[in-house]
Design a protein around this ligand. Sequence first.
Ligand code: N2P
Length: 349
Amino acid sequence: MKKVFRMAACAMAAVCALALAGCGGGDSAKTTLRIYNWGDYIDPDVLEQFKKDNPDINVVYDMFDSNEAMLAKLDGGAQYDVYIPSDYMIEKLIKDDRLAKIDVSKIENYKNIDDRFKNLAFDPNNEYSVPYTWGTLGILYNKTKVTEPVTSWDILWDETYKGDIIMYDSARDSMAAALKKLGYSCNEKDTDKINRAAQLLKDQKPLVKAYQTDAMKQEMINGNAALALVYSGDAILCMNENPDLGYAVPEQGSNKFFDSIVVDKNCQNMDAAYRFINYLCDAEVAAKNCEYIGYATPNKAALELMGEGYVDNVVYNPSDEVLDKCEVFLDLGDLNTTYNKIWEEVKMQ
Ligand code: N2P
């Protein structure tokens, strides 16, 4: 079975298992750990193993497909103990006092995390987050349909590919592509520049086949589109299934992201949260997990186990030249609403 189908099937099985567990009612001695993560962002076997190793923890696992969707669900009152947002969202959650402090001395496997993923700007003293994955935003293209070199964001606005372009359904990522095409920062705060990027996304709409998130992967694997705005890990997953696919980070620069594990301030079971985080930081677990999901690991002990094929892979591990042109998203404060509103307008127009 193809990996993407397998992922969907496993996700369904997990949901059914949870539903059954809920009906059983015999788990009152268990503590519950509510985990909220991106879709296709954990190896189902890794999750299953955690459940087997920790029979006293009742795991509830839900998925989201963008940082904004995650935040909206939390704002709507959903309660989770552990979740895995990106840098700028973690910055916001810290500012809003929604996260619990993490005592890394309680996470034995924290020693496996490479120092270069610590003390990043969104959590300068590593008080609230433990690195999970990292990557870039770029363009996935089908070499049988796109024969020119993919070096610029302009290609996502090229009439030649009308109806053959998939945009990632996320305000910050799509705005980043438009802002970078215009030569601006993907953390732009200037109203004129933001409006120009918004207009570009509106102008692009007739060329767009679909605004999608995880569903985009199967479309690209099946050769149903020429170009897609994607994250590097999803690109690797697709490229492993279809050798006609390639990935490029445009020369104008892009976004590099760091996704980290955080604990909600209202977490009722810190011990279970620590056990889960420690488990994910285990070298073998992190290696298996990241090989499955396609995303780069900040776990240096895991990377050693994964070997050369990963270190040498420029999609997985881009050169400093590429990374130096990429910016990390920052929390935009009041402008978050503006970006989100623009994105809704683009999709609805
Ligand atoms: C996986 C999404 C990864 C999140 N489907 C990238 N920040």
